[in-house]
Design a protein around this ligand. Structure first.
Ligand code: TMP
Length: 235
């Protein structure tokens, strides 16, 4: 069966229900807009379990998401949405591109979390965009944008203490939102060590895809460690 869409880490398929899609998590990891690429046996299963678990944690806190259920090791069912082409990044601690762009040392704790928007366009390299750019590109209205910002802070308000309780700092993460045919905005895509920075509170050890981006460790060992730290079975 042909996928409806194939991304870098997942394939999306239609189902008999037109409002429901099936996601299959792949073992591939990419970085730097796909320039760096490798396969890691077991990655798809770990990310499927972790993403499913994080979406369940958020749903329990009353946050609307596309997630329906995990149906197998690599698969989950989600509500069909049209993805809003923005990467919504929330930051609690300076790292990565924020450190490079503003010359602030990695590890600097932000007084208040910040939300940034990046335009999802591989050919442009996903540039940082302002609300004026987003209006200009007709990606979202000012009202929709403030909803996204508010919702992203809400996700942070749930996940930051969740990780803190496990001895992990939620440094930053990327979210994507989608719209249902009825116009409801839902948190979509994935939340996984591919899309978050997670640092051990004691040792500073990276428990996320930076081990692959920066060649500082084994991706599978790192994701498995994270999985175990969260109680196994992603619970
Ligand atoms: P950045 O510091 O490189 O801008 O990344 C911020 C966060 O967003 C980090 O947790 C990694 C995540 N991210 C993605 O999920 N996908 C991407 O394409 C990029 C660039 C970052």
């Amino acid at each position: 069966m042909q996928p409806l869409y194939e991304g870098k880490a997942k394939r999306l398929y239609t189902t008999q229900d037109q409002d429901v899609l099936r996601i299959v998590y792949k073992d591939e990891a990419t970085a730097f807009n796909g320039e760096k690429k490798a396969e890691f046996a077991g990655k798809g299963e770990l990310n499927n379990r972790l993403t499913s678990h994080f979406f369940e944690v958020l749903a329990a806190a009353g946050i609307p998401t596309h997630f329906i259920e995990r149906t197998s090791e690599r698969e989950q069912l989600v509500r069909r949405v049209t993805i809003i082409p923005l990467e919504v990044v929330v930051r609690n601690v300076v790292a990565g591109s924020l450190s490079k762009r503003l010359g602030i040392e990695e590890g600097t704790v932000l007084e208040t979390p910040i939300v940034e928007f990046y335009y999802k366009d591989d050919s442009l390299g996903d540039p940082l965009v302002t609300p004026a750019h987003i209006n200009l590109l007709k990606i979202a209205t000012t009202e929709e944008l403030s909803l996204l910002e508010q919702e992203a802070h809400r996700v942070n308000d749930v996940l930051r203490p969740y990780f803190d309780n496990k001895g992990i700092t939620l440094v930053d993460f990327k979210l994507e939102y989608g719209k249902t045919p009825a116009g409801e905005v839902l948190l979509a895509d994935e939340i996984s060590p591919d899309t978050c920075r997670l640092w051990d509170k004691e040792t500073g050890e990276h428990l996320d895809k930076d081990v692959f981006r920066r060649n500082i460790g084994s991706l599978i060992d790192t994701y498995q460690t994270l999985f175990n730290r969260l109680g196994g079975n992603g619970q």
